[in-house]
Design a binder for this molecule. Sequence first.
Ligand code: ADP
Length: 534
Amino acid sequence: MKAAFTPEQHNSKNPQAMTSFKKVLIANRGEIAVRVLRTLRELDIQSAVVFSEPDRDSLAVRLADEAYCVGPAPSAESYLRGDSIVELAVSIEADAIHPGYGFLSENSGFARQCRTAGVVFIGPSPQAIDAMGLKIESRRLMIDAQVPVVPGGTEPLADAAAAVAAANEIGYPVMLKASAGGGGKGMRLVEDEAEVESAFRAAQSEAGASFGNAAVYVEKYIALPRHVEIQVLGDSHGNVISLGERECSLQRRHQKVIEEAPSIAVDRALRHRMGDAAVKAAKAVAYEGAGTVEFLLAKSGEFYFLEMNTRLQVEHPVTELVTGVDLVEQQLRVAQGQAIDTDLFNGEPHGHAVEARLYAEDPFKGFAPSPGIIKALRWPQGPGVRNDAGVEALSEVSIHYDPMLAKLIVWGADRAQALRRLKRALAEMRIEGVKTTAPLFQALLEDKDFLAGDLDIGMLDRKLEAGELKDPAAQESESAADALDRDIGFIAAALANLEGSHGVERSAPVGSGDSARHRWRVVSRREGVGGSIS
Ligand code: ADP
């Protein structure tokens, strides 16, 4: 049995020391800033991070070799200030900027500014970012490169009448989508002709307001597909390789919640075909660095290109755990002009990895944000557990930024072991001061469809709406209340017994030894002995 967990054991070649970059500036915050600086440290490259005023005491700032304040809380005045960040990089003599994900990572203007200033942007060329940034353009490119796309248009719809005509031609249901869309914005599902006009206008105005680009097109709606994406790596020598797939179907309102590698819906042959398509997609834009090609995998087994994310993904660790490749290290190598080792990955994943995104939100109260100070914190450890966190005890979770606290990632020899480890890790974890999405993962780990891997992109929303996933804390307090009732009966019975009454017999069932034991268990858990999860 392959019990060991160290990534370097399989597939990956020994990393060689790197010399060219002496200092890299990380233009990001939270867990991804910490993630990047870890690899920099392993490679003996100096790390510098930027931070906003409220992030002054953050984990990334504490861990980095150097840290620089770039402005106040609002991202537009700090983390998105590309001009001052490039200026900073020049003044501190950083060789390169790592943008992480979000913020400036897919901003081609920023990538250009870096180039002009003579600082390496760790990512693809501005042209590749632009080509993949708009859905209409990337669809055209993919069709030319013979990558399968969702059947539909390749031109912006001129008006509502054009939308009706195009939707009628494709056949219902259809999706109206903003070309510049992201994060599920500017997207509308349309079931029949009567809905097209209003959906078109809504998608168009949402797209205009959110992205400053109102172009909308129409494509076929794929019923109950999986979201399966391929990790690729490209270099400046024209090499592009696939590092296999990630299963990201477990989504809430189009946002990923749990990701896995590999996907149980993908066998060796399909992995090969999807990998080939992803490599073609990346080659079409001469892709350099780490990128992700997202596909919808239909029940029929057909797959369709959705979009390419031209950056490191939140969920990259699951690929790292099953391939043994440090993706940040590869990004750095490529950015220094090195060729990637085309045998880096032997084509088949090793074991199974699952990532749960831990947000400061209350999943059973409509995912209400839960800002505050983390008063107590115990991260899980032990076999197969990796925890990429952006916070520590006493960190403040502010309302200004994405509320992701950490990513809990587990590896197992197979999916069943990985899920058992996730369950164990969640039981071990303790976070006090803010609510987290941990109880949702605990509920999912009791769900038979999730356990069976029977996923599609709408599954989580359907289960949440139907109230199928139960809050384990609510169940616990219910049983605590039951236990209290029983204990009152027990005390009454004991008192009656003391007084020599015959009430004992009548009260005996509620005052049984079992319920008294149960009560002890509940009390000890409430006191944190067994690790309560808020
Ligand atoms: P965005 O860029 O806004 O994230 P995507 O094109 O990546 O938009 O789609 C987001 C999600 O919406 C997908 O992961 C999938 O869940 C759903 N989706 C998008 N297009 C379709 C489609 N044609 N049929 C069914 N679901 C879709």
